[in-house]
Ligand binder design. Structure first.
Ligand code: NAI
Ligand code: MG
Length: 322
C-alpha cells in the first residue's frame, strides 16, 4: 500500500529543510508518494490567502503532511492567519507530541492543541484599554489528550506526569486534572503523578531525567516543550507531531522560518528529518523510523544543510548494505 505524503515547505528555511527531509525519505525506498503544496506568508502576498483551497484538498486526501514553517507578522495583517493553526483546527489535530532526547534525558511532551488559552476567544473592552482572553477547557479535549499521553507512555517508560495549575485555575485546570486522573484509571500499568506547572518547569531544568511523558494544556505545553528542547540540543533537533483521530496527521520541526539565515544553505535539517521519522513511525514503519531517528541523532550538523543531508543518506545506505 502506498502512503501519500503532502509536503508543505512554507516560508524561509522551510523551503530548505523539507526538500532535505524528502531526500532522506527517498533514500529509504519505502512506498511513499510525495505531493507538494503551498502555504504561508509568501503565498498570501501572491494569492491573498495563506492556505489555498487546493492545499487543503490535497491534505485531506493524504495519509500525512510534512510541514516546514511559515512566517507570521507580529502585528495583525488583515486576511492573514497562520496556516499551521488553521491546519490543526481543520483536521482537528488535537495532540501535539514533542519528544526530546539527550544523554539521560528522554521526555515526551503531549500538549493539548485545540483549546486552552489559544482558543482564539480574545476581545477588548473599555475602548481598548482592557484585553481579555478566555481560557477554554473541555472534558472532551482533556479526555482525549490524556488518552494519547497514556498510549504513548505504554510504548515508553510507562510514566505520565499531569502538569496543571489547578491550585489557582480551579475551574479550568480543576477540570483538566480531574478528567486526566479519571482516564489514568484505564491504564493500571502506568505510574501517573502530577506537578504544578511552575514546579514542572523547575524540575525540568534541575532533574529532567525524572520525566517520561508530560501531559498538559495548550500554553503550558508550548512553553515546557521549548524548555525541554533547550536542554537537549535546541531547535535544530526539536521535532513534533500533530495527531487527531484520523488521517492526515501533520509532522513539523518546532522551529520557525528563520528569516535571519534563509537562503544561506546553513539551516540544520535534522529537526525536519526527525519529524519525518515520527511520520514513518505513525504510518507503521517502526523499524525504519527508529533507524532514521538514531542515525539523525548521531550525525552532527556542522553548518552546511546539504552536507548533513548527504551524511545521513550515506549512513542510511551503508547501514542497509550491512
Ligand atoms: P525561528 O525558530 O524561526 O528562529 C529562532 C532562531 O533559531 C533564529 O536565530 C534562527 O536562525 C534559528 N534557527 C531556527 N531553526 C533553525 C535551524 N533549523 N537551523 C539553524 N538555526 C535555526 O523563530 P523566530 O525567529 O521567533 O520566528 C521567525 C518566523 O518563524 C516568524 O515569522 C514566526 O512567526 C515563524 N514561526 C513559525 C513557526 C511554524 O511555522 N510552526 C513556529 C515558530 C515561528
Ligand atoms: Mg512554540
Amino acid at each position: 500500500m502506498t502512503h501519500i505524503i503532502t509536503l508543505i515547505p512554507g516560508d524561509g528555511i522551510g523551503q530548505e529543510v523539507i526538500p532535505a527531509a524528502r531526500a532522506v525519505l527517498e533514500t529509504l525506498n519505502l512506498p511513499l508518494q510525495f505531493r507538494e503544496a503551498k502555504a504561508g506568508f509568501g503565498v498570501f502576498q501572491t494569492y491573498g490567502t495563506a492556505l489555498p483551497d487546493e492545499t487543503l484538498e490535497q491534505c485531506a486526501t493524504s495519509d500525512a503532511i510534512l510541514f516546514g514553517a511559515t512566517s507570521s507578522p507580529m502585528t495583525k495583517v488583515t486576511g492573514y492567519y497562520s496556516p499551521i493553526l488553521a491546519l490543526r483546527q481543520h483536521f482537528d489535530l488535537f495532540a501535539n507530541l514533542r519528544p526530546v532526547r539527550a544523554d539521560a534525558i528522554d521526555v515526551l511532551t503531549v500538549r493539548e492543541n485545540t483549546e486552552g488559552l489559544y482558543s482564539g476567544r480574545e476581545r477588548t473592552e473599555d475602548d481598548g484599554q482592557t484585553a481579555i482572553a478566555e481560557r477554554v477547557i473541555t472534558a472532551r479535549a482533556s479526555e482525549r489528550i490524556m488518552r494519547v499521553a497514556c498510549e504513548q507512555a505504554m510504548r515508553r517508560r510507562r510514566y505520565v506526569t499531569i502538569v496543571h495549575k489547578a491550585n489557582v485555575l480551579k475551574e479550568t485546570d480543576g477540570l483538566f486534572r480531574r478528567v486526566a486522573f479519571e482516564v489514568a484509571r484505564d491504564f493500571p500499568a502506568l505510574t501517573v503523578d502530577e506537578l504544578l506547572v511552575d514546579v514542572a518547569a523547575l524540575k525540568l531544568v534541575e532533574d529532567p531525567a525524572r520525566f517520561d511523558v508530560i501531559v498538559t494544556t495548550n500554553v503550558f505545553g508550548d512553553i515546557l516543550s521549548d524548555v525541554a528542547a533547550g536542554l537537549t540540543g535546541g531547535l535544530g533537533l526539536a521535532a513534533s507531531a500533530n495527531i487527531g483521530g484520523q488521517p492526515p496527521a501533520l509532522f513539523e520541526p518546532v522551529h520557525g522560518s528563520a528569516p535571519d539565515i534563509t537562503g544561506q544553505g546553513i539551516a540544520d535539517p535534522r529537526a525536519a528529518i526527525l519529524s519525518a521519522a515520527m511520520m514513518l513511525d505513525h504510518l507503521g514503519y517502526a523499524a525504519e523510523a527508529a533507524r532514521l531517528h538514531q542515525i539523525t541523532y548521531q550525525t552532527p550538523h556542522t553548518g552546511d544543510t546539504q552536507y548533513t543531508v548527504e551524511a545521513i543518506c550515506a549512513r542510511l545506505e551503508s547501514d542497509s548494505d550491512a
